[in-house]
Every structure is written in structure tokens, then in C-alpha cells.
Design a protein around this ligand. Sequence first.
Ligand code: ZN
Length: 127
Amino acid sequence: MATSKFEAVAQAKCPKCRRGKIFLGPVYSFKGQKMNEHCPNCGMKYEVEPGYFYAAMYVSYALNVAEIVTTAMLTYYLSGGSENPMLYIGTIFTVIFLLAPFNYRYSRVILLHWLSPKVKYNSEYDK
Ligand SMILES: [Zn+2]
């Protein structure tokens, strides 16, 4: 059965076969996150070219901006329109700190799945 793209992204699976795990271990761990160099299922090299994952910084930046704007708006509504800047700074820093491992992982997953035209899904490997 073919794996959907959404499922593969949500579970951080290989963009080519949608089966192999990109990362070893869970998102949240004190050991940090390690990536497989190659897909354990189809053998695809995740670092497509040297320095490939630098581009994930831009994705991470976009994720952070979206999270900051969402947090600021939620803080505004949930506090009844507070004008205390420390409240916003505190909530935003807390949320960004807690989501950092998530951003690290999903910026790379999004880069591999949606922003790399050379990386293609191949249903032959999705078995
Ligand atoms: Zn694979």
C-alpha cells in the first residue's frame, strides 16, 4: 500500500520511499537528534549535496516566524489584550524554546519533501 505524502512528512520518513526513517530516535530527547546518513530502506543519501541542510535554516526561520506570530496573537486574546511587553517576550521565548527540536526536525523534512525538486517519490521503493 502506498504511503501518503502527508503521512511520510508527519512521521519524518524518507522522501523517496516514504518508509525509511530520516532521524534516529524521538524529537524530544536529551541526547539530541541524529540523522541517518542514508535511508535504511532505499539507501537514498539524505544530504543530497554538500551543505544541503543549510537551506533548512530558511525553512526553520519561516516556521519560527509563524510560531511567533501565532503565539503573540494567542497571548493577546487570552490575556484580554494585554499591553505588557514582558508577557509577550516571556511567552514567545518559552514557546520558541520548547519548539526548537520540532523546528530542527521538520525544517529538514519539509526541505526534503517539498523544496527539493530533484528528490522524487518512487513507488517502487514504497513496499
Ligand atoms: Zn528511502
